[in-house]
Design a protein around this ligand. Sequence first.
Ligand code: NAP
Length: 235
Amino acid sequence: MPESLAGKVAVVTGGGSGIGAAVVHALTGAGVNCHAVGRRGPVKLDVSDQRAVQALVDSLERLDILVCAAADQVQGRRLDQITPAVWDHLLAVNLSGAFYFINAGLAKLRRARGDVILIGSVSGLWPDLSGPAYQASKAGLNALSRAAGFEEHRAGVRFSVVNPGLTDTPIMLKRPAPVPAETTAAMLRPEDVAEACLMMLALPHRAHIPELTILPTVLQSAGNTSAPNPKPPEG
Ligand SMILES: NC(=O)c1ccc[n+]([C@@H]2O[C@H](COP(=O)([O-])OP(=O)(O)OC[C@H]3O[C@@H](n4cnc5c(N)ncnc54)[C@H](OP(=O)(O)O)[C@@H]3O)[C@@H](O)[C@H]2O)c1
């Protein structure tokens, strides 16, 4: 029997589009009161602004569920293209932003015996074309989730990382080259990832899935993204 989520309070970063918006839709359907965070709203906030994150979390009476799906990506993503400023930006949004929410919300999450789901990526598990800064940020989310879970499970907080493969969302528009239509058609849909999150959240509290990888069946297998190899660097 799945646990009822009705009446719980959630913060979903990146909740205005893609996977985050699908999570908000699924949670709202399950009776959860969702605060969807993004630079463009609905709750307007930059997750790399620690003070703004603290103020938002302080304004909540309770916090049962935190889903961190906010992430940025750049077009020039190869090692010989990224600058220190790009590195700092991607790590600040994709990794530090999640830490700021956990840090601000930990006492409330403990009180609620709550749940934290970090949306990582298979790019954090094996190398692909998404670039070293993005991949480092996603590997960092995996490490953050494991370390937090190691320390917090006795307090009853379930820390999980969900690592999706290729998913048809707006972040794909930031790729250096357009994605062929037949590839897009075979990708995961945001609601597939949201369904996996909902399943994890609805498990009885005694059970915990710390890590979940979800792949588009015909495009990726564990450890492998079927994309052409990048050209070797010139010179
Ligand atoms: N699509 C994929 O293939 C794929 C695969 C694996 C993992 N993921 C991960 O899934 C998560 C959701 O991405 P998506 O694919 O659904 O793409 P998306 O629609 O572009 O979602 C990214 C979200 O992050 C928000 N965001 C970006 N910078 C932010 C900032 N500084 N502060 C607050 N919010 C910020 C964006 O909203 P605003 O622009 O309004 O701020 C947007 O809603 C990301 O963590 C991504 O890395 C995606």
